[in-house]
Design a protein around this ligand. Structure first.
Ligand code: SF4
Length: 208
């Protein structure tokens, strides 16, 4: 089993491979040679090099929102998809405006599209957030299919729920980047729970 998260050596990073742990994935160099070939696949190579370019050129300077646009420009994308959560509708309007001001066409689709009540999707009453109200399901598959239908070249995920985002990634034909990861407790900053895991949020993480 691989346990990089608990590795204190990081021989991969330093290049001091004689120091690698016994269960290090680098014990199988042939695997990495095979994987390296994948980056040279035509559909991957520009994408990968553009990722590196954006990382290097805007390092510590461009916010992620700018990085998304710089990346899209380098890839020659002109039509972006924006799949957003209803809880971030105002934020979606801002992002949409910024993308359009920067010359992109933007197709945006809200999570509640379809207006289908949760019971029609087999969600039992105990899993309603507000029982007794007209509670509409999130519809990440429809979000993806609508963007597919519009032929978006690159899709941006804005605050979709855990799991809904996964289905969106699964059904989206265009590759997806996440601009905002939803976290209802931390103002959409999931890293805050990591930073506070030893203190204020310990009990929320079932660590005590
Ligand atoms: S040295 Fe090996 S085990 Fe440690 S982080 Fe790097 S790849 Fe993982």
């Amino acid at each position: 089993m691989f346990t990089c998260a608990q590795c204190a050596v990081e021989a991969c990073r330093s290049g001091q491979l004689d120091k690698m742990p016994k269960n290090c994935p680098l014990q199988d160099p042939a695997f990495f040679e095979e994987v390296l070939k994948e980056y040279f696949q035509p559909e991957n190579h520009d994408f990968f090099v553009s990722s590196a370019a954006v990382e290097a050129l805007g390092y510590g300077h461009w916010p992620r929102l700018r990085e998304v646009m710089e990346f899209a420009r380098r890839m020659g994308y002109t039509k972006l998809g924006l799949a957003f959560c209803a809880g971030l509708h105002q934020e979606a309007a801002v992002v949409d405006r910024i993308f359009r001001k920067n010359g992109f066409q933007v197709v945006s689709v809200i999570c509640k599209t379809g207006s289908i009540p949760k019971d029609r999707a087999g969600i039992p009453p105990e899993f309603r957030v507000r029982p007794g109200t007209y509670e509409v399901m999130c519809n990440p598959i429809a979000q993806a299919e609508l963007l597919n239908r519009e032929g978006t070249q690159f899709n941006v995920c804005l605050g979709l729920c855990v799991g809904h985002d996964s289905l969106f990634y699964k059904y989206s034909k265009a590759l997806v980047t996440t601009l905002v990861a939803k976290d209802r407790v931390t103002g959409n900053n999931p890293a805050a729970a990591i930073y506070c895991a030893g203190g204020y949020l310990k009990n929320r993480l079932e660590l005590e």
